[in-house]
Design a protein around this ligand. Structure first.
Ligand SMILES: C[S@@+](CC[C@H](N)C(=O)[O-])C[C@H]1O[C@@H](n2cnc3c(N)ncnc32)[C@H](O)[C@@H]1O
Length: 388
């Protein structure tokens, strides 16, 4: 294909050469953690607003790449494309057909449209998605390009009080899909939530971390990536890599800079254990496969017989089996009472982060811990943090 000089100029001028507006989606309750991560990413990036479920920021296209590569707590990163008023389908289709899609989308791509509408005359999400899809298709035809459905590109369309905003997803699969953990487990925690919980609990990689009901090991693996300064997106690909503005050399440079940061640790300070031998075996395999043995030690044992792995107090993170996910309709009061007693007896002086599915269970646990409300996988959860 002959390179289109005019298109290259347009991309340089409108996409690469300008500051852009972006939006990170994040689980409710974890927005402030994500905003802090963003503000530490680069000097050219600016956090503009924090809302429930997301953080708006602005910066250069390179900052979008950085966000995808380095953010530990965001679900996905969107690039805002257009914002306009539409009270009927004619206005919506006219504006969508006139937008310069070729600067943003792979040639001929008709993205999947995900629509949400609030207090707008265009309230029928499926009809809005269909109209925008048709408009993009018509756009490519005016460019003499054959349109085709692109399932790896997603356009988020939001209507709020008759204002339409169009945002293109740059991430592809949700960012919790790091590509490190290939094994499944019962009720695993999302990597993005685990990273945020570690942050909220004040995880310090120089001190021991105990993950005594580790399951698939999400807390331990996230802590290891933090301790070894491994970029969470180092192993995966992203939707933006298909965009016409994508510059592979610039991306290779960012990845190489991230890889240089990777540390080797003197000895493991992350102690993962579980009673389930299968879970322990999968996690051990994963640790070996990714060269994380200097960070994580995995053992098969019962939390209630475990003693602190180190004389130095550290952080203990517990995501016990709970509620709808593992034990339908049961509130495991006795189990939580035993956890409370064990913590109070053997882990005095340790910091704790403990996920609690039902507020009434909090009374079974040591007093004085701060309750933080989170949503995980659609379930409300309380995270108790503090010092024992
Ligand atoms: C909700 S899962 C943990 C999920 C984990 N955070 C992850 O991301 O995969 C709870 C785990 O606690 C383990 N478990 C239950 N009772 C235990 C005990 N007494 N000692 C150690 N592990 C236990 C289960 O085997 C299960 O793997």
């Amino acid at each position: 294909m002959v390179p289109d000089d005019n298109l290259e100029k347009q991309i340089k001028r409108h996409v690469i050469g300008r500051r852009q507006s972006f939006y990170c989606t994040v689980a409710p309750g974890l927005e402030a953690v994500c905003a802090r991560e963003l503000s530490e990413l680069s000097d050219s990036l600016h956090v503009d607003a924090i809302d429930r479920g997301g953080v708006s920021f602005s910066g250069r296209l390179e900052d979008l790449y950085r966000a995808n590569l380095h953010l530990r707590t965001a679900g996905r990163v969107l690039m805002r494309l257009d914002d306009f008023k539409a009270t009927n389908f004619r206005q919506l289709a006219k504006r969508a057909a006139a937008f310069g899609w070729k600067r943003y989308l792979p040639r001929g791509a008709v993205p999947v449209c995900k629509v949400s509408t609030h207090q707008s005359r265009l309230y029928h999400s499926e009809a809005v998605a269909a109209r925008i899809g048709q408009a993009i298709q018509a756009y490519w035809e005016t460019q003499d390009v054959v349109p085709a459905g692109a399932h790896d590109q997603t356009l988020y369309v939001r209507l709020d009080n008759d204002r339409v905003s169009l945002s293109l997803d740059s991430s592809g699969p949700n960012l919790y899909r790091r590509g490190f953990k290939t094994h499944a487990a019962a009720a695993p925690l999302r990597e993005t939530a685990a990273a945020a919980i570690l942050d909220l609990a004040g995880y310090d990689p120089r001190r021991p971390l105990l993950d005594p009901m580790c399951g698939a090991g999400t807390f331990s693996l996230e802590a290891a990536l933090i301790a070894k300064k491994v970029a969470p997106g180092a192993l995966r690909t992203f939707a933006f890599m298909q965009w016409p503005a994508f510059r592979p050399r610039q991306w290779a440079f960012l990845k190489a800079a991230a890889a240089k940061e990777r540390h080797t640790l003197a000895s493991p300070l992350i102690f993962a254990s579980d009673t389930d031998p299968e879970a322990v075996r999968h996690l051990s395999d994963c640790v070996q496969r990714h060269g994380l043995e200097d960070a994580i030690q995995v053992t098969c044992c019962d939390f209630f017989t475990r003693t602190p792995p180190s004389d130095t107090a550290g952080l203990i993170v517990i995501n016990p089996p709970y509620g709808r996910r593992l034990e339908p309709d049961s509130v495991p009061h006795g189990f939580y009472s035993r956890i409370g007693t064990k913590l109070a007896t053997d882990f005095r002086g340790w910091q704790v982060a403990l996920l609690v599915p039902h507020p009434e269970l909090i009374t079974r646990l040591p007093a004085g811990l701060e309750p933080l409300r989170l949503i995980h996988g659609g379930l409300p959860l309380t995270l108790l943090v503090g010092v024992l």
